[in-house]
Design a protein around this ligand. Structure first.
Ligand code: MG
Ligand code: MG
Length: 259
C-alpha cells in the first residue's frame, strides 16, 4: 500500500523529521573515543521517550532479523553497514560510525541515518565513503518531485555511487514512509529511469544509499541483525526522509545546525 498524506499531515510530518534530526545530531556530538554503543542506545531511548515519540525499532521483528530488535537505534561500526545491533563496544580513534534512527511522532514516522568518524584520525578512505553516500542521497533528492518516477531516483542514486567508484548492492534500499516505517514503494539504490511509481504530493520517502569500500557482498553477523561487508572493509550509510510537495521535495530530517 502506498500512503498519501493530506496537506495537514504533511505539515505534521515535520515534527518527527525534526526530532530524528535533532537526536542524531546530539548523538553524533556525544559520540567520541571511549563512547560505548550501549550508551548511544540509552541516550537515544531517553530522547525518544522524553519527546513522547515511539521507537520503530524496539519491537521490530522483520523476516531479515532475529526476533525483536530490542534497541532504539542502529549502531553500525566500520565493516558493519546496516541494522547494527547496539553491543558492548567502546569506540576507538578512527572508527567509522553509522547511526540509523526511525521514530513515530503524532502517528507519522521519520527515518534518517548519518555516518561519521570519531577521534582525531580521519582516514581518507572513510571520509570518501561517507561523501559518496551523502552525494548519492543529494542526487536522489534533486530529482524527487511530482511527476518523477521511482526509477529516476534509483538511477540518480546508483549513478552517483558508481561515479564515486563503488559498486551498488540492491538487497536493501529506500522505501515509503507514513504511519509505519517500511512501506511501498521500494526505492532501490540503482535502477532505470522512467520506470516505476510516479511521485505525487503527499508521498513520504526514505532514501538511503549505502556503500562498502571494496565489495558488494553482505554477511550477517552472529548477532542475527548486523549486516557487514563480506571482506571486512569499511562502509557508510546516509538517509533522509523527504516529503513530495507541489513544489518538489522537502527534506524533513535535515539537521537544524550543520556540524
Ligand atoms: Mg533508517
Ligand atoms: Mg529506512
Amino acid at each position: 500500500m502506498i500512503e498519501i498524506l493530506s496537506p495537514t499531515q504533511l505539515v505534521r510530518a515535520r515534527e518527527p523529521g525534526a526530532l530524528v534530526a535533532d537526536i542524531l545530531q546530539t548523538l553524533r556530538s556525544r559520540s567520541a573515543v571511549g563512547t560505548n554503543l550501549l550508551d548511544i542506545d540509552r541516550w537515544a531511548k531517553a530522547m525518544i521517550l522524553e519527546a513522547g515519540a515511539v521507537s520503530c525499532y524496539v519491537d521490530y521483528a522483520p523476516s531479515f532479523g532475529r526476533g525483536p530488535f530490542g534497541h532504539y537505534i542502529c549502531t553500525s561500526v566500520n565493516d558493519a553497514v546496516l541494522h547494527g545491533l547496539p553491543r558492548d563496544l567502546v569506540l576507538a580513534d578512527g572508527d567509522l560510525v553509522s547511526l540509523d534512527l526511525a521514530v513515530s511522532l503524532g502517528g507519522i514516522v521519520a527515518d534518517s541515518a548519518i555516518s561519521f568518524v570519531v577521534g582525531d584520525s580521519q582516514p581518507a578512505e572513510s571520509l570518501a565513503l561517507i561523501d559518496a553516500t551523502e552525494r548519492a542521497l543529494a542526487a536522489g533528492i534533486a530529482v524527487a518531485s511530482p511527476g518523477a518516477r521511482i526509477g529516476d531516483l534509483s538511477h540518480a542514486i546508483g549513478s552517483s555511487l558508481r561515479a564515486s567508484g563503488y559498486s551498488v548492492n540492491t538487497q536493501f534500499g529506500g522505501h515509503g514512509v507514513g504511519s509505519t516505517m517500511h512501506q511501498d514503494p521500494h526505492v532501490a539504490n540503482a535502477g532505470r529511469p522512467g520506470r516505476g511509481y510516479t511521485l505525487r504530493p503527499g508521498l513520504l520517502l526514505a532514501l538511503e544509499p549505502w556503500v562498502m569500500a571494496d565489495t558488494d557482498e553482505l554477511v550477517t553477523d552472529a548477532d542475527g541483525w548486523t549486516l557487514k561487508s563480506a571482506t571486512g572493509c569499511r562502509t557508510a550509510h546516509s538517509e533522509h526522509t523527504i516529503a513530495i510537495t507541489e513544489h518538489g521535495a522537502e527534506v524533513l530530517t535535515l539537521p537544524r545546525v550543520a556540524n
